[in-house]
Structures are given as structure tokens and as C-alpha cells.
Ligand binder design. Sequence first.
Ligand code: ATP
Length: 492
Amino acid sequence: MLKEISLGLATALMIFAFVAGYDILPLVVLGLAGGALYFIADTKGLLKNFDIGTSNSSAAKITFEDIGGQDTAVKELRECLDFINYEDRVKKLGIRPLKGILLTGPPGTGKTLLAKAAASYTDSVFLACSGSEFVQIYAGAGAQRVRKLFSSAREKAKKKNKSSAIIFVDEVEVLGARRGQNSNHMEYDQTLNELLVQMDGLKVDDSVRILVIAATNRADMLDPALMRPGRFDRQVKVDLPDRQGRYEILKIHARNKPLAGEVDLNVIAKETFGFSGAHLESLTNEAAILAMRENCDQIYYRHLHEAIDKVIMGEKMEKRPGKEELYRVAVHETGHALASEMVRPGSVSALTVTPRGGALGYMRQHHEEDHYLYTREHLENQIAVMLAGAVAEEMVMGNRSTGAANDFEKAFQTAEKIIRSGLSDLGIVSWDSLSQEQKYNEIKNILDNQEKKAAEHLNKMRLVIDDTVNKLLEQEKVTGEEFRMIIKKNIA
Ligand code: ATP
């Protein structure tokens, strides 16, 4: 609006000067040059309002009760936040204010949710931004944005009659990476310095107390100056949820969804090892969409299982392999499944020849328990399962295909893990001190043994392979239960 009025006034003045007989050419040239500069600066974002912190009204609705599977993180965060809630005691004891909390953990585990819940818990205004929003190619712009962010936080808190504000900086590693590391380092350094200056300036008796909560999944990249006492000196780990955690998150996201009586979310939690909170939210949402597509009023296991496949593997692909290729895929997946049942009976959850994401078919396993440590036997069994797809192809079709390349890659990595962990026949060795030949021989030794183990087992199960492949070609998907029935029938 102001822009339009100024433009109008300037034009009117020029017309007046022209009519009055003045030489307006220098003014016109000056005006054009000014306009061009303004245009360039505007398009490059230099004249932006620097209002990158957005006060999020939905933040008020998120509470710690909406966050599942992060009990430790919630407890630690609450303890930190009590410094804000018990201001008088903090002042009396002369405690310096808590200025920054760093949330570290993989993507989608609930770091943003925790920051929003922190704002509700402390009745603070909430401003969110991402480290990448500060990165400008123009020197000084990032630092100016940091100053603007802190002053907006104060203004907004005052306007809303609140005594505290929480500034949430996602992807802080972009802004707070070790100084001097970036090619554009002068600008990055200035931005980081400004953040440190602003944080250093926070005091316990400020009329609006500001707490900065930053999130990263690359804590190792952060400048040590950020973690110094008095800055982000509290770190809260936000890890992937364990089985119980996944169950709680699923319960939260199924609150508004009609689950059929047959559905026990514990079963789904068991099958979703490695899923983050964001994955689990997506899973429940996808299951509801699938139920709607089928015109169902309730969500059944089949919807949830298909949603798991979708979250793990991606959307179903339109293109379908030819008949012979489909047969090969069915044989390959049956090989994996048979080895899986050999090393851990009851472990197959489903096998399918539906192409999804980049895969033409896949076998999904139940995870018995969440594992954090592995024995040599466990890792070798995994290798046997990985190699069994190619072994089955060779046995049934007389040759192998490129479809096993990914399996081999994973098998190499697992074998390397065995050696690096000192679990191989080489004993405790440093990977770097091994020659190429030693590495090759030991990896080959591990893989050969597991390939032999898988081949011996599959040889005994030839009839199971045929029956399963037929069923897979007929119905595209075989559940773990159906697969075990086929094994039972053929062994009996
Ligand atoms: P990123 O590191 O990618 O920014 P994040 O850790 O900040 O991710 P959020 O943005 O908090 O993750 O989570 C994304 C979504 O995933 C949430 O809106 C929520 O639906 C779901 N979610 C993630 N973690 C949890 C959890 N612990 N409990 C409930 N829902 C969760």
C-alpha cells in the first residue's frame, strides 16, 4: 500500500515539475536506476520482512500427551522446562536461565512436536523456523534475520500477554555447522555469531524470557561454541521408538480412526521395527485411505498390512513384469522366505510379487524383539536369508539374475560388520590394517558358508517352492500363515 502511494506521489510531483518547466530528465534517470535496484533486491529476498519465525497457533493444541514412545525425552524436556515454570525459585537460588535445548535424533521422531508441546507446557508463544531460512548469499542478511527473530518473539509474547517465548530452530546444523567449514563461510559465521550473541544476551529477569529449542539429526556437525555452557547446554535424545513406543504412537494416531475388532495394534507395532513416529502416522493414514477405497466403515488388518508395505516400499508400480520374470521373482522371494523360516521359525510376515517402489517383489519379516546388539550367528543367519533368493533362482531356473544385486550388497555389508566387530575367524582386527586379499578371503568365506547353508535347506524344500510360487502367481501375495501351512503340508 505504502509502495503504491509513494509511486503515485512521485509521478504526480514529476508531472507537476514538468508542467512548471523544470528539466526532469535527471530525476527520471535516478528514478529508473532506483527502481531497478529495488527490483533486484526484492527478487533476491533482501527486502523481505525478515519475519521468518511463524507464531503457530496449532502449537497450543499439542501437549506431551500427544507424543508417544518418547517417555525419556519428555521427562528430560519437562525437567528443563520447569526452570521457566518455577521462575521465582530459580531466581532465589541464583540459577542462570536455561537458554537453549538441543533435540537430537533421526527424522520424524517428534522433535517438532516436542518443541510445540514445550510451548504449551510453559504457556509460551511459539515461533518456528528452519536453519536453511537464515542462509542468504548476501553478507549480513542471515544475522539480521536472527535479530529479527528474537525481537519478533518478544513482540509477540507482549502482544499475547505472555511472559515467555519458545523459538524453535529446525535443521540447526545448517546454521550452526562448525565455523569456517562452509565455502560461503563469512556469511554462515556471521549468522551463527549473531545467534550466540542473542543467546548470551538472555537474562533471568528479562520481561519476556526466551528459550531456544533447536533440532538436528547431525549433532556431530555442530560448532562446539553452540554447546558451550550457557547456550545449548542441554541435549535431549529423541530416538526411534521401541516396540512399546510404536504401540503408543499407533494408539495416538488411531484415536480418530475406527479400527475393526480383529485389530490389535501390538501386532502392528511388532511388525514395524525401525519405523519413526512420522512413518507410523503415515501408516495409519494410508490404512484409512485403503479402507475408504474399499468402501469399508472400519480399518481391518489387511489395510494396515498393505499400508506397512506402502510405507516401507513405496507406491505400487503400474508396470508389471512379463510372465517369466514374474515367475523368477516369485521363486526369488520364496527362497528368502524359506531361509527366513529356517533360521527363525514364524518369522515370515508376508511375501508378494506386487512391484512397489524400486522392487519387483519382497518378503517381509516379523521382528521378534527390537535388537540393538547382534551375535555372529544372528548376522550369519541374516546373510543366509539375503543369499537365498539367488540360490532359489539357480536351483529352479538354472541361472541367476541381476535381481540379487541389492541382496549381495547387503550381504557384503553384513559380512564386513562381522569382521569389524571382531566376530569373524580373524578375531579382533582393525579393518584398516587388513590387506585387500585378507578382506576378500574372509568375506568370501562367510558368504560361501551361508550360501551353502541356504542351498542345503532349499534343496530339501523343492516342493514347498513350487507350491508357494503357484500360490503367489495366483494371488500375488501369500501371508506368513499361509506360507507356514504350505511348509507343514509338504513336510508332513
Ligand atoms: P524432522 O527431523 O524431519 O524435522 P521431527 O523429528 O521434527 O522430524 P515431527 O515433525 O515432530 O518430527 O513429526 C512429524 C509427524 O510425525 C508429526 O506431526 C506426528 O504426526 C508424527 N510423529 C512423530 N513422532 C511422533 C511421536 N513420538 N508421537 C506421535 N506422533 C509422532
